[in-house]
Design a protein around this ligand. Structure first.
Ligand SMILES: [Zn+2]
Length: 325
């Protein structure tokens, strides 16, 4: 385990979602998925209701919070002999994402897709393999595809901030899978992708749901905070108003997603227990699987009850209206 990072923290002057300066203390949480005694504060915006990290880690120092031992970067191998099962679970998540975006019209070789915060671009790989669309993925780091030629083949992958890139065509579909909660300026990002969207284009966003059952159940130990890497915690109301004010027409915001809601609950339980996330995950797999077998069907049943609070994640779908907005 790497040593706890220490350094300057920056107070956030205005809400990253709506720019209101009205903010009230909300909660404090320990650093998560990292050996650190540091605690961080979240505030709630008086304007749009979003919960955001303040003070936060300056963007230039964020690398301290993504050491080589960071679990998502270790991939399925972190789970030892269970790695093939974990890998098949990740492929199933990509398939759910591909099916989800295909609901909004057929994609083909003429379609242009942008995935913001693509990480390891397995979703784009699956989408391009299935539809032949042309795909661009962006991320602040190339850790997710460096040296992976088969994975990156035909994908236009770019490293840096979205605003820095020039694109010669507009996009028919923009996706953000667990990206927007990391963004330091989401109001700007949503406007930027609106300007890049073709008339009638869809934007699909999945984020942790701060208004969910699991956040209420686990409180400050809810893994959705992912402290201090998550800067903005959305709920359906704050995400909807951020989309509308960026010029998007909201079509649906649903308390479900491609991410297995049990995973978020399980991670919250491990934060509560204080496990060492840099260790092998192999001994934890049986507990993960048993809990999933017992509780996931209940969580799915809960999710299917329309109008009820979700268990852990939100999906928003918005359209770039053609009326000049
Ligand atoms: Zn706000």
């Amino acid at each position: 385990m790497s040593s706890a990072p220490a350094g300057a923290r920056e107070t956030v002057a205005a809400c990253p979602a709506c720019l209101s300066v009205d903010a009230r203390p909300f909660t404090t949480t320990a650093a998560m998925m990292h050996a650190s005694d540091e605690r961080f504060s979240f505030v709630r915006c008086g304007g749009c209701g979003v919960v955001y990290l303040s003070p936060r880690v300056p963007a230039a120092d964020l690398g301290d919070w993504y050491p080589p031992s960071y679990l998502p970067w270790r991939g399925p191998a972190a789970w030892g002999r269970w790695a093939p099962l974990v890998a098949s679970g990740l492929r199933a998540t990509d398939r759910r994402r591909v099916r989800r975006v295909q609901r909004y019209g057929s994609l083909g070789p003429a379609s242009r897709v942008l995935d913001v915060g693509c990480g390891r671009p397995t979703f784009l790989r699956a989408l391009v393999d299935e539809t032949g669309c042309r795909a661009v993925g962006t991320d602040v780091s190339d850790e997710g595809w460096k040296g992976e030629h088969a994975l990156a083949r035909d994908l236009d992958l770019r490293t840096g901030e979205l605003e820095e890139f020039a694109f010669d065509e507009s996009f028919d579909l923009v996706t953000m899978w667990h990206y927007l909660e990391h963004d330091y300026a989401p109001h700007r990002t949503l406007r930027t992708v609106r300007a890049l969207a073709a008339p009638g284009a869809r934007l699909v966003i999945e984020v942790p749901d701060h208004d969910s059952w699991s956040r209420r159940r686990y409180g400050a130990e809810w893994a959705g905070y992912h402290t201090p890497r998550h800067t903005v915690l959305w709920d359906s109301a704050s995400l909807g108003s951020a989309l509308e004010s960026a010029g998007w027409q909201v079509e649906a915001i649903e308390p479900v997603g491609s991410l297995d809601a049990w995973t978020l609950a399980w991670m919250s339980r491990q934060e509560r227990r204080g496990i060492d996330w840099a260790d092998s995950m192999e001994p934890h797999f049986a507990g993960f699987l048993a809990g999933r077998a017992l509780l996931w069907p209940l969580m799915r049943a809960w999710e299917r009850l329309r109008g009820r609070r979700g268990t852990g994640v939100l999906t928003a779908v918005a359209r770039a209206a053609t009326d000049g907005r």
